[in-house]
Design a binder for this molecule. Structure first.
Ligand code: PGA
Length: 248
């Protein structure tokens, strides 16, 4: 399975000129590099522009709504994303859970609709520092996965990707140790093996995200045995992001 190296630009940059430059710099930097699948998830408004430039880079969105269309002011539907050649949709990112109070139930509705229109959901799970210290990590992650995937069948999950993103490691510079990442990834595998048949569940990629940079990226793939990375801050620096991609 090729590793997936995904960029989450979050709410950056603030104009399309910068978005285009950032995207093109990455595209030129990786040229014909084929060892990883490269994904960029920009803000919605840059998708039309970037979908014309994409070629060796896949495009993703950072969220979407659970209905295809209708009277839902301000929402973006999975069908609209599909029309813009988007392939992946990040769902349940901790910033959406925290600032927009997204629940596992809402995330579940979004995953279902995204799968239905044949896009690939990238479900983020992970514990806070408080939960980690109180030894509630396993319980929290199990709840996020079981409720997030409730009612989704084995045959539908081939398009699913999971990302282990401990909240305390996101944007903090305090990346999760290799040992802890390995044990969390194992825990996630164990949970999905409980829900789905082994041969389906084995095909699900599990990424790591949280303060990844070019010094630590290779260890997450080679030592922690993740199937890729989800990168925030470092993905806004094209040279650094390209270095991460080439480190896999
Ligand atoms: P970070 O963000 O790389 O800046 O820590 C990761 C993420 O939020 O996906």
């Amino acid at each position: 399975m090729k590793p997936l190296i995904a960029a989450n630009w979050k709410c950056n940059p603030t104009n399309k000129k910068q978005a285009e430059k950032l995207f093109v710099d990455v595209k030129k930097g990786i040229k014909s590099f084929k060892k990883a699948e490269v994904l960029i998830c920009p803000p919605f408004c840059y998708l039309p522009l970037l979908s014309k430039l994409k070629n060796n880079i896949e495009l993703g969105a950072q969220d979407c709504f659970w209905e295809k269309k209708g009277a839902f002011t301000g929402e973006i539907s999975p069908l609209m994303l599909k029309d813009l050649k988007v392939k992946y949709v990040i769902l349940g990112h901790s910033e959406r859970r925290r600032y927009f109070k997204e629940t596992n139930e809402e995330i579940n509705k979004k995953i279902k609709k995204v799968l239905k229109v044949r896009l690939k959901p990238l479900l983020c799970v992970g514990e806070s520092q408080k939960e980690r210290k109180e030894k509630k990590k396993a319980e929290i992650i199990e709840k996020q996965i079981k409720e997030g995937l409730d009612g989704i069948f084995s045959k539908e999950i081939k398009n699913l990707t999971l990302a282990y993103e401990p909240i305390w490691a996101i944007g903090s510079g305090e990346n999760c140790s290799i040992d802890e990442t390995m044990s969390s990834v194992l825990l996630i595998r164990k949970i999905i093996f409980q829900i789905y048949s082994r041969n389906q569940a084995e095909k699900i990629r599990i990424l790591y995200g949280g303060s990844v940079n070019s010094n630590n990226s290779q260890s997450y793939i080679r030592e922690a045995k993740t199937n890729g990375l989800l990168i925030g801050g470092a993905s806004l620096k094209p040279k650094e992001f390209v270095k991460i991609i080439k480190s896999v």
